[in-house]
Design a protein around this ligand. Structure first.
Ligand code: PEP
Ligand code: MN
Length: 264
């Protein structure tokens, strides 16, 4: 299997415009759940950059549980995200929910994200194999480690070698946290696969107070980086405000993140 250590012993390093992820290179991605306006993404991007983040995240096409919730700004959001990334020298990552939107999203983003709800959307994965851009593949909320790796396998088998995995928590019986971050999966995937894997403790825990400790635990388990939701004003966020750090909190967190990464 292409994603396995048996196929390739050395860690895959995904490199995008000088930013490397994997093989001892750690990446920090920060940004809002959703791009809500030009001003908010610019302000948040400024904070992400100041803290040392290399990649700006932000959703333009949002997979919301309720059809009545904010669905994202679509192409307008992609434009603002790109503008903010360019202004502050950050790469941008954003979710593509539908195969039909791949060319549009690829026009603006440096990394295309597959959301947890689409991890086994095999037609989307096949198309993304051919998209010409790196893909960040999030673990499905009830996917086994094997299913997760096989989803990554699809991307490689259909032509894309730049695959970054993301552990974002799985559904368990627990209700006090949004999901349960599977630290086992991070350590085991580093054994079984050469692909880089990052941790998303924002969606993994659903609680801003847990983002720092659980992200750092993920790094200790072997993660090659982290994705963190950051908002310039979390109290007014249109999605995932409870789990978003403000810019000052992100900066404090980032100091610890980079200190830990240096020790590795
Ligand atoms: C996201 O990162 O914006 C997101 C929706 O996360 P997930 O797919 O992991 O739920
Ligand atoms: Mn979110």
């Amino acid at each position: 299997k292409f994603a396995s250590r048996e196929f390739k012993k050395e860690d895959t390093v995904v490199e995008i415009n000088g930013v490397k992820i994997g093989g001892g290179h750690f990446a920090l991605m920060g940004g809002p759940c959703s791009v809500e306006s030009e001003e908010m993404i610019l302000e948040t991007a400024k904070g992400v950059k100041k803290a040392g983040g290399q990649i700006l995240r932000g959703g333009a096409f949002k997979p919301r549980t309720s059809p009545y919730d904010f669905q994202g700004l679509g192409e307008e959001g992609l434009k603002y995200l790109r503008e903010a990334g360019d202004k502050y020298g950050l790469l941008v990552v954003t979710e593509v929910m539908d195969s039909k939107d791949i060319p549009l999203v690829a026009k603006y983003a440096d990394i295309l994200q597959v959301g947890a709800r689409n991890m086994q959307n095999f037609s989307l994965l096949k198309e993304l194999g051919q998209c010409g851009k790196p893909v960040l593949l999030k673990r499905g909320m009830s996917a086994t480690i094997r299913e997760f790796l096989m989803a990554g396998e699809y991307l490689i088998a259909f032509g894309n070698r730049d695959v970054i995995l993301c552990e974002r928590g799985i559904r368990t019986f627990e209700t006090m946290t949004r999901n349960t971050v599977d630290i086992n999966a991070i350590a085991l995937i580093k054994e079984k696969s050469h692909l880089p894997i990052i941790i998303d403790a924002s969606h993994g825990t659903g609680r801003k107070s847990l983002v720092e400790p659980i992200t750092l635990a993920g790094i200790m388990a072997g993660a090659d980086g982290a994705m963190v939701e950051v908002h310039n004003n979390p109290a007014c966020a249109l999605s995932d405000g409870e789990q978003s750090l403000d810019v000052a909190e992100f900066e404090k967190f980032a100091k610890k993140f980079f200190k830990l990464v240096e020790l590795k």
